[in-house]
Design a protein around this ligand. Structure first.
Ligand code: NAD
Length: 446
């Protein structure tokens, strides 16, 4: 396959057949460097992945990186921030990893093509002084990539690393993965202004058809949650639990209040495990009715929790959860609340996954003030690469990275952000390292 600006390097193309990924020994993987500190964290991640794969497979396997251009880098090459070619290449390669992308805030914002600094005028960048590359605002590349590639599952693993200061007493028990639906609920929502024709028509329609009253001065919001959208998300969560050998999947919902959106999401979950995973799962009801509360060997527990209670449960009993399947809006809140439990966003990895394509990503932004300083924490992107290796079935290399990072943090060899937190907790044996230095600290401890 030929592309205009992207040259696909020699290597094995990843295939997806009947939902199963097939990976050769030298897979070609897309790499979108991202804007701002993407410049710093991407090479650090590649160095760590390269070392882990080499150590795990003794030269028999390697990743062949294929640069894919989007964001500020692509504005320089193609004159547009998200060329169709970037989407086509990711679709073709099936697996890619990305740094953060700038989304200019506000109508009048301009962005520096080099350092990603945002300002309210064109011309020279106020931060880095470059004059030839300040561009006007555009829509979120992240959101568009998810939509164009139909990446319907936003996957966020949340786990604790020993030594990271956390506000939670049970942080060491936190080790779960959130599957947040990425296309429906408020993401496909419609919001109608109070007094608008549609808002008034909906108010009248509801009154006519149900007799229920809504105040005339109400804005009206509609949040669709479909069987199709819910089941494909929950299916991914269940497949993950099966593949990774995890003990439970929890459907999170607000079905006590919204029975036919949130409540149906939960119902679809139980239907799906019965129809498609039959003998692999037992429900919480079965557990007590049939097994006297003792989990049968080798089975996965399917359970559900009301959204407000799960916010308490992940703080008070985090060890009881391993995979959580959640509709869009509650999944948004839950992901950020959960990552705070284990010390904040710096170490939160992520992925957006569809039927064929998986795009792994750092979950923080471009932090433009640190661009090119080799200073920031590359942990989020490195842990996203761990997810990517797991997705490819290269678990040995993934485990080496997790182990190396865990040990580097435990030893206090960390970037400025964690150093500050650790010293704040009274630790004195902390060594501040650079972004690339943190990568090296991981490699030395694999
Ligand atoms: P941000 O995450 O870029 O930065 C906020 C602050 O967090 C930084 O100033 C820095 O102090 C700290 N920080 C972030 N990443 C860090 C890291 N890896 N190591 C150490 N410290 C780190 O958020 P923002 O300032 O709100 O957004 C800046 C830009 O990033 C915006 O254009 C926004 O749209 C974009 N953004 C992109 C993504 C994404 O691509 N997934 C996510 C969030 C924000």
């Amino acid at each position: 396959m030929k592309f205009e600006h992207v040259t696909i390097p020699e290597g094995d193309l990843i295939q997806v057949k009947n939902g199963q990924i097939e990976v050769g020994d030298h897979p070609v993987v897309g790499c979108l460097r991202g804007d701002g500190i993407g410049l710093d964290i991407t090479p650090a991640m590649q160095a760590v992945v390269g070392a882990a794969v080499e150590k795990a497979y003794g030269g028999k396997r390697s990743i062949v990186w294929c640069p894919v251009y989007a964001g500020l880098e692509s504005l320089q090459r193609y004159g547009t921030e998200l060329p169709q070619e970037a989407v086509d290449v990711i679709q073709y390669l099936k697996v890619a990893i990305k740094g953060p992308f700038t989304t200019p805030i506000g109508e009048e914002t301009h962005v520096c093509l080099y350092c990603a600094h945002q300002q309210y005028h064109g011309g020279t960048c106020d931060k880095c002084g470059k004059t030839d590359g300040v561009t006007k605002r555009f829509r979120s590349i992240n959101v568009r990539l998810r939509q164009m590639l139909d990446l319907y599952a936003c996957v966020r693993p949340i786990r604790y690393f020993e030594g990271v200061p956390s506000p939670n007493k049970y942080a060491d028990k936190v080790d779960f993965v959130i599957f947040r639906e990425n296309t429906e609920d408020v993401y496909a929502g419609h919001d109608f202004e109070r007094g608008s024709d549609v808002a008034l028509a909906v108010i009248n329609l509801i009154k006519e058809m149900t007799g229920r009253q809504i105040r005339e001065d109400s804005g009206i919001g509609i949040k669709p949650i479909s069987e199709f959208g819910s089941k494909r998300l929950i299916r991914k969560a269940c497949q993950w639990a099966v593949k990774q050998g995890l003990p439970s999947v929890t459907f999170v919902h607000k079905g006590n209040i919204m029975k036919f959106t949130e409540g149906s999401f939960c119902k679809y979950g139980y239907e799906l495990v019965a129809d498609e995973f039959g003998d692999k799962f037992v429900t919480e009801k079965d557990l007590w009715d049939k097994y006297n509360g003792q989990m049968p060997e080798g089975k996965i527990l399917a359970k559900d929790r009301i959204a407000d209670s799960i916010f308490q449960q992940i703080q008070t009993r985090p060890g009881e959860y391993s995979v959580l399947a959640v509709p869009n809006l509650n999944g948004d809140y839950l992901s950020d609340a959960a990552i705070a439990l284990v010390g904040g966003l710096g170490l939160g990895p992520g992925a957006n996954i569809g039927d064929e394509v998986a795009l792994f990503e750092a979950t923080h932004g471009t932090a433009p003030k640190y661009t090119g300083m080799d200073k920031v924490n590359p942990g989020s992107l490195i842990l996203s690469a761990v997810m990517m290796l797991n997705h490819m079935g290269w678990n040995e290399a993934a485990d080496l990275i997790s182990k190396g990072m865990g040990q580097a943090i435990k030893d206090g060899h960390v970037t400025y952000d964690l150093e500050r937190l650790m010293r704040g907790e009274g630790r004195t044996d902390v060594t501040k390292v650079s972004c690339s230095g943190f990568g090296q600290a991981i490699i030395e401890r694999m």
